[in-house]
Design a protein around this ligand. Structure first.
Ligand code: UDP
Length: 487
């Protein structure tokens, strides 16, 4: 189809988006909502009251066609499932015992969701459902509404875990022995723990089976990636699942098109103007940004090692720490060791939610210590920032491989097992290892320059994919066209 023949969606096209209630899942789906609304479609964004209070101010801020986006609040039955009141997002879970009840509570939204779909006007063109919101399958089938799966992680992870399962690659293999992931264009080796998929833990078999069934019965898949980053893997995945796959990312670049970067997920905890002034005062590409996304909770002993590693590297830094991580023990360390005094002028500690995309897009930022959450990776790729990779769980080990071994825009800090496998008194990365890896990443020599050059190239490619006529822009058009014709 040529660009000229693509028209905006009919005003009666109505997409219903069902994200899973975790920041890393909701943020890209909110971008999809805005992209669809910008093309003239109506969008219903299904969520719950606590999540809606995070999202609504962000939509109010943005100057796009947000009047076409209806945030639909379904009551989340916390009490019924033994969850604390208001525990409506994975990042609000404070006890491991609450994960399962949380998923059961999410699944129980099926009835109010069905009611909403049945009565929605205009009638629903298509449901776009997060892989984990698999309760949507039954609603789509019973009401005869096309349903698309949204996969938030990299295609390398989605395709890799699929292929491993089909080939039973880990049968008889010890936990720390590596295998080559089957059906990839390039040899990538992982051990069993690194390749641990979503819903793979014992006791989660039923969830895994239902999610797989929901994918199998869907019309196709939209993904937050682009051909410029994962072309051959996307093609192989499409062949494997025998369904249409539309890569429409990097979704974080959506803001660029309306001249906005702003907050993602929720309002930031810092004064952005002050932060930008501080960044303006630093040399180009000299600052290291350190953040582990929305879910990872770093224990105090590890935070101290990170702090010392940053201090010893002598590199300017912005370090994001979560409120929940500021334990009494940590407060004692940071004050008695006078960490902030010792790094004054050179380092900033942000407690809470940082304006990550704004920081990564600033010209003074030259490196990112990341847990390799896929949104963070795409935000760094889009901004052309090299990464120090420190994966913690699920897709993050695959994402690390993509960064370090495929696109070669990062350095691995050297973690080989998920963080919940660490022993009580074990830290994954010691301060000496941290500072050495930081210096390697920020290196001004030939190796560092080459990495920066590649990072910039991928940033340019990502932007091109999202620009009018680019691969992801075209894929969104083809997807919308396909859905308009399917109803
Ligand atoms: N994020 C942010 N500020 C923070 C922490 C996270 O804006 O202080 C955003 C980040 O930019 C990304 C998302 O939250 O868009 C985190 O998603 P990711 O997939 O990287 O990791 P997850 O949180 O799912 O582990």
């Amino acid at each position: 189809m040529s660009i000229e023949s693509i028209t905006d969606a009919s005003k009666s096209d109505h997409y219903v988006l069902v994200p899973f209630m975790a920041q890393g899942h909701m943020i890209p789906m909110l971008d999809i909502a805005q992209l669809l609304a910008n093309r003239g479609a109506r969008v219903s964004f299904i969520t719950t009251p606590v999540n809606a209070t995070r999202i609504k101010p962000l939509l109010d801020d943005r100057k796009s066609n947000n009047e076409f986006i209806n945030v639909v609040e379904l009551t989340f039955p916390c009490k019924e499932f033994g969850l604390p009141e208001g525990c409506e997002n994975i990042d609000l879970i404070t006890s491991v015992d609450h994960y399962k009840p949380f998923f059961h509570a999410a699944i129980s939204l099926v009835e109010p969701f069905k009611l909403y779909i049945r009565e929605a006007t205009p009638t629903v063109t298509c449901i776009i459902s997060d892989y984990s919101s698999f309760f949507t399958a039954e609603v789509g089938q019973s009401l005869n509404i096309p349903r698309i799966i949204f996969h938030g992680p990299s295609c390398l992870y989605i395709h890799g875990t699929h292929s491993i399962r089909i080939h039973n690659s880990f049968d008889g293999v010890a936990e720390f022995d590596s295998i080559a992931v089957p059906d990839l264009p390039k040899k990538i080796e992982m051990n069993k723990l690194q390749a641990w998929g979503w819903f793979s833990d014992p006791g989660w078999e039923d969830f895994r089976a239902k999610a797989a069934e929901a994918e199998a019965s869907s019309f196709g898949v939209v993904m937050n990636t682009c051909y410029e980053l994962e072309s051959e893997i996307i093609d192989r995945y499409e062949r494997l699942i025998k369904k249409r796959v539309w890569p429409i990312g990097p979704l974080c670049l959506y803001g660029n098109h309306i001249g906005l970067k702003g907050d993602r997920g929720k309002k930031s905890s810092v004064d952005e103007a002050q932060l930008l002034n501080w960044l303006d005062s630093k040399e180009a590409k000299s600052v290291l940004y350190v953040s582990f996304g929305s879910l990872v909770q770093t224990k105090t002993s590890q935070l101290i090692e990170i702090g010392l590693g940053l201090e010893n590297s002598k590199v300017p830094f912005i370090w994001v720490i979560k409120e929940i991580e500021r334990t009494v023990e940590f407060e004692k360390w940071i004050s008695t060791e006078r960490f902030e005094e010792r790094t004054k002028g050179r380092g900033i500690v942000i407690t809470g939610w940082a304006p990550q995309v704004v920081i990564l897009s600033h010209g003074s930022v030259g490196g990112f210590v990341t847990h390799c959450g896929w949104n963070s990776v795409l935000e760094a790729v889009s901004a052309g920032v090299p990464m120090l990779t420190w994966p913690h769980f699920v897709d993050q080990f695959f994402n690390e491989k993509l960064i370090v071994e495929v696109i070669e825009t990062g350095v691995a800090v050297g973690v080989n097992k998920p963080y919940h496998y660490l022993l009580e008194d074990e830290v994954a990365v010691k301060s000496e290892v941290m500072s050495k890896a930081v210096l390697q990443l920020m290196d001004k020599g030939e190796e560092g320059e080459e990495r920066r050059r590649r990072a910039k190239q991928y940033g340019d490619k990502g932007r091109k994919a999202m620009d009018e006529g680019g691969s992801s822009w075209m894929n969104l058009s083809l997807f919308m066209d396909f859905m308009s014709r399917s109803v």
